[in-house]
Each structure stands twice: as structure tokens, then as C-alpha cells.
Design a binder for this molecule. Structure first.
Ligand SMILES: O=P(O)(O)O[C@H]1O[C@H](CO)[C@@H](O)[C@H]1O
Ligand SMILES: O=c1cc[nH]c(=O)[nH]1
Length: 297
């Protein structure tokens, strides 16, 4: 898939497009644009909440991609002052902030960027953290279906004053491809496929009782988490419904790989040390590194 059209006829009439949050100006009318020269070789776009994680991922991927470079990765979108974007060979690593609203902004612009750059067969990945539901902390979860905070397998977004409901699931070949490179003998952690709940709120939306406001009991919370578990949900984060539905609408393959920082059936507070969190965050790197090698071979 060349991404030659995207799902927006208006783009075809534009002679230029300013990707505001990335601070990239695209002259759509030229044949061989600078954008094509700079980004045309991109095959994988890795995304994740923080700038630090994405910078570390860019460094981690260098040897896997056969790139010898000891310099600090350059943030190509630093001037935009919103998101960090690093390019490492045919892989772009971009930060997206917390939640679907910040992620959707950069996702729209990245989807347009790869379209203008005429990239081929691009796969978008989210490399994140999450709360586990009945899984050991440190487990890596590859999302199959994404559920919203009402435990519905859809992404809902108000558009032109209407509630628009879109399917939210990831392509099976991507899920199986990622899972296929997991669970190797010396990994020391499990990689599983499961359903994911994505919420618009870390506290009440995820059924925590430790937010600034809480109007339900511990028992209500446990019943809700059990209901989620019964739907095959094994992790909770804040982007998978939007990510799966928007990439699906744009006709682009995507995958979501998150490491569980806690087991929500045992509590709400994320109390692991920063060292432990950092070690856990490396686990999806290992899986994604193997998957990218497999994808590009
Ligand atoms: O670790 P990241 O990628 O930010 O993902 C998870 O962590 C954030 C909440 O702490 C949310 O964005 C959630 O989805
Ligand atoms: O519990 C958690 C942990 C990380 N990210 C989330 O969204 N929830």
C-alpha cells in the first residue's frame, strides 16, 4: 500500500500543507519534494508516550538496522515544540504524549507526512506502558481488540456535532507477526496477545480509587475490572482505540505493544522504581527490534 490517497479527498486539492505540530511545511505540487528525499525511505513509524523513550528506541534500533553512529539522535521536530521525532534509517520514532487526543494530532500529521513522502507499506507501531489486568508486571501485551472505557470494542469521537463510532482492532497478521518474535528462551518475560482497554482518564476512567475524585467503592472497581477481564482484556492504557481506528480509516497497518507496570487486580498505585520502569520499558524494544528486523529482511 503506497498511501497515495489517504481517506481525505480535500488533500488532493491542496498545493501546500503545513504540518503545524511537527513544524514541517510540505509543498504538495512539486514532483520530487524535499519531503520525499528526507522521509521517502520510511517503512516503520514507532510511537510512544515520551520523548526519552523514543530517543532511546532510536539508539536501540541502530545496530539492528546496521547503522553505526555514536552521536546523539537529532529531534527533527524540536522547532515545533510539541512532539519529538527521530529518524534511524527507515524507522521514525515519534513521541505522542498522554492519551488519544495528543496522539491523534501527531498521528494525523505523521500519516500525511508518509503520504506526501510517497512511502510504501508503512507500518505504525505504538510502544507503550500500561496497567495489567490479571497479568504479572513486566508482561508485554500485544493488542488484538481495543475497548473503550465503556467496555465497547469501538472508538467513539464527536465529529461535526455527532458521535462517530469506528471499529477498533489491529490487523491479525501484524498481531501474529509481533507475537511470533516473542517468548524466546532467554527473554525472561512473557509476551501475550490480548484485548486492551483504552480510556480518556488515567484515574476515574481506569477505575482507580486514588484520583482526586472518586465516587465508587473498591468493590465497584473490582467488579468493573473483572468484567474487563471476562472480555479478554489484559491491559489498560490510553491510546489503542484511537490508534487502531484512525490507522484503519487511513488504510495503514498498525500494532500496539505495551508492557504492564502493575497488575490492577492488586492495586492502583504505580510504585515500581524508575530503574524497574526503565528495565520494563526495554522489553517492548526487544520485541519491536526483532519484529522490525523480520519486517525489513
Ligand atoms: O507509556 P505511554 O506510551 O505514555 O502509555 C501509557 O502511559 C500513559 C499514562 O501514564 C498513557 O499515555 C498510557 O497509554
Ligand atoms: O495503570 C496504568 C499504567 C500505565 N498507563 C496507564 O494508562 N495505566
Amino acid at each position: 500500500m503506497s498511501l497515495s490517497r489517504l481517506n481525505n479527498p480535500h488533500l488532493d486539492t491542496m498545493t501546500s500543507d503545513f504540518l503545524y505540530h511537527l513544524n514541517i511545511n510540505v509543498a504538495c505540487s512539486q514532483n520530487a519534494t524535499d519531503i520525499e528525499k528526507q522521509f521517502g525511505d520510511i517503512r516503520v513509524i514507532c510511537t510512544g508516550g515520551t520523548q526519552k523513550r523514543m530517543k532511546e528506541l532510536a539508539i536501540y534500533l541502530r545496530p539492528i538496522l546496521g547503522i553505526v553512529d555514536n552521536r546523539e539522535p537529532v529531534d527533527l521536530c524540536e522547532s515545533g515544540q510539541r512532539y519529538a521525532v527521530y529518524k534511524v534509517g527507515p524507522v521514525l520514532c515519534a513521541s505522542h504524549g498522554v492519551g488519544s487526543s495528543t496522539f491523534s494530532v501527531v498521528l494525523h500529521e505523521l500519516l500525511k507526512l508518509v503520504r506526501y513522502a510517497k512511502c510504501k507499506d508503512v507500518v505504525f507501531l505504538r510502544i507503550g506502558t500500561c496497567g495489567g489486568v490479571g497479568v504479572e508486571p513486566g508482561t508485554v501485551i500485544v493488542t488484538e481488540k481495543a475497548y473503550n472505557g465503556c467496555l465497547e470494542n469501538v472508538h467513539e469521537i464527536p465529529i461535526l456535532g455527532r458521535r462517530v463510532v469506528r471499529p477498533a482492532f489491529f490487523a491479525q497478521d501484524i498481531v501474529e507477526g509481533i507475537l511470533g518474535v516473542g517468548n524466546q528462551p532467554n527473554d525472561g518475560f512473557k509476551t501475550i496477545k490480548a484485548n486492551t482497554m483504552s480510556t480518556d482518564c488515567f484515574y476515574e476512567g481506569q477505575g482507580r480509587t486514588d484520583g482526586a475524585v472518586c465516587e465508587y467503592s473498591e468493590d465497584d472497581k473490582m467488579k468493573f475490572l473483572q468484567k474487563a477481564h471476562d472480555l479478554g482484556i489484559r491491559n489498560i492504557e490510553m491510546e489503542a482505540t484511537m490508534f487502531s481506528s484512525l490507522t484503519r480509516k487511513a488504510d495503514v497497518k498498525a500494532g500496539c505493544i505495551c508492557v504492564a507496570l502493575i497488575n490492577r487486580l492488586n492495586g492502583d498505585q504505580v510504585t515500581i522504581t524508575m530503574e524497574q520502569k526503565h528495565e520494563f520499558e526495554q522489553r517492548p524494544f526487544i520485541i519491536v527490534g526483532r519484529y522490525i528486523r523480520h519486517l525489513l529482511k
